[in-house]
Design a protein around this ligand. Structure first.
Ligand SMILES: [Zn+2]
Length: 358
């Protein structure tokens, strides 16, 4: 049922709604892609924060504004976390990536708190960022800065490369959101460490650790350093994200849109490996350049590997930085010599995946 609600709404959730393997779900309908925004951020004088509003439900299908712009805290935790995480992410966009809001044109940022349309999840769609207050497994979703930044970067992707939310392009869409989810969190936690390889080694590479099973420490929704090790609990089974192409899960499109929340572990680990060598800030700038100038909507992992290597060369010249990016992708089985690719696992059914997850 949850999956049906998700497919109908067309949102991009932080995790595959549970149960992840509802075969009665309709085929995914992809939203029409919005036009690529004009590069308004290049214009001088845009350094005004985009308008941020956090809304709460008011009866059925109606909302009221709970907090706007620089207004003080409301005391409603769900509202205040959503609002402030949007402010932090907007600041990151401006200061680190020189981008004005999600659309690159100063567009309004709307948060919807106490949104139980997908219980226990958060998602982004054209209307804005939506946060549930949690369920039996997750805590209040708006509490996670990485969750908020993840959702907001679905907006950036939608307004730039427009990666289709299915198969490898969909897993890249998910991975980009995780890369920037963790980048915003690392930047906010440690501005200096964000710039160095040392800082990246100390950095937090888990996604959603603040919201996953609040009573259990150490687990998360995903782990970019060690995909497949984020969680193991009776409600969700165990994390089966691959971290290498030889373990790519060859899933049909009606199972998590072809495993977008699963195969994202492969490009996630490549980003983590690169950051260990060059720091998270350079990874963020390189991945952003590839996302906004090189990747097409049907991009494959191999194309993302080539695009980020090329962006690294463009931004930092020939030498150590593009070499580090190349090394990172090779570590996950991409950019192999002479175009030799690692064979993928045979196609898998939803039942086989469910068995794997336990
Ligand atoms: Zn997502």
């Amino acid at each position: 049922m949850k999956r049906q609600a998700w497919a109908r709404k067309g949102g991009y959730p932080v995790s595959a709604p549970r149960p992840a393997l509802n075969l009665s779900a309709p085929a995914p309908t992809l939203r029409p892609l919005p036009p690529v925004a004009a590069a308004a951020s290049a214009a001088p004088g845009w350094r005004k924060a985009p308008p941020i509003t956090t809304w709460v439900p008011l009866g059925t299908d109606r909302v009221r504004s709970a907090r706007e712009g620089d207004e003080p805290r409301t005391g409603d935790e769900s509202v205040d976390h959503a609002h402030e995480n949007a402010q932090i992410t907007s600041n990151f966009l401006q200061r680190v990536l020189k981008r004005d809001s999600l659309d690159g044109a100063g567009g309004a940022l709307d948060n919807y708190a106490h949104d139980e349309s997908i219980p226990g999840n958060a998602y982004w769609d054209e209307s804005g960022m939506h946060y549930s207050d949690g369920d039996a497994v997750t805590g209040m979703l708006s509490k996670g800065l990485d969750v908020a930044a993840h959702e907001m970067f679905h907006g950036v992707t939608s307004h730039s490369a427009g990666l289709n939310y299915v198969g490898q392009a969909g897993a890249l869409n998910e991975s980009i959101s995780d890369v920037f989810g963790t980048a915003v969190e690392q930047w906010h936690a440690d501005h200096k460490g964000f710039r160095t390889a040392d800082g990246a080694r100390r950095g937090n590479w888990q996604i959603g650790e603040a919201v996953m099973t609040p009573g259990t420490t150490g687990d998360a929704v995903r782990d970019m350093a060690r995909p497949g090790s984020a969680y193991d609990n009776p409600d969700m089974g165990r994390d089966v994200q691959p971290g290498h192409m030889r373990d790519y899960l060859n899933l049909p499109d009606d199972v998590d849109y072809g495993g977008v929340h699963l195969n994202s572990g492969i490009p996630n680990r490549a980003a983590h490996e690169a950051a260990q060598l060059i720091g998270t800030e350079k990874v963020a700038k390189i991945w952003y350049d590839a996302l906004t100038t090189k990747l097409g909507k049907d991009a494959t992992f191999e194309e993302a590997a080539a695009a980020t290597t090329s962006s690294a060369r463009r931004l930092y010249g020939k030498g150590d930085v593009p070499h580090a990016v190349r090394t990172a992708w090779k570590a996950v089985g991409l950019l192999q010599n002479a175009g030799r690719s690692i064979p993928m696992t045979p196609p898998m059914t939803a039942d086989q995946l469910a068995e794997l997850m336990g």
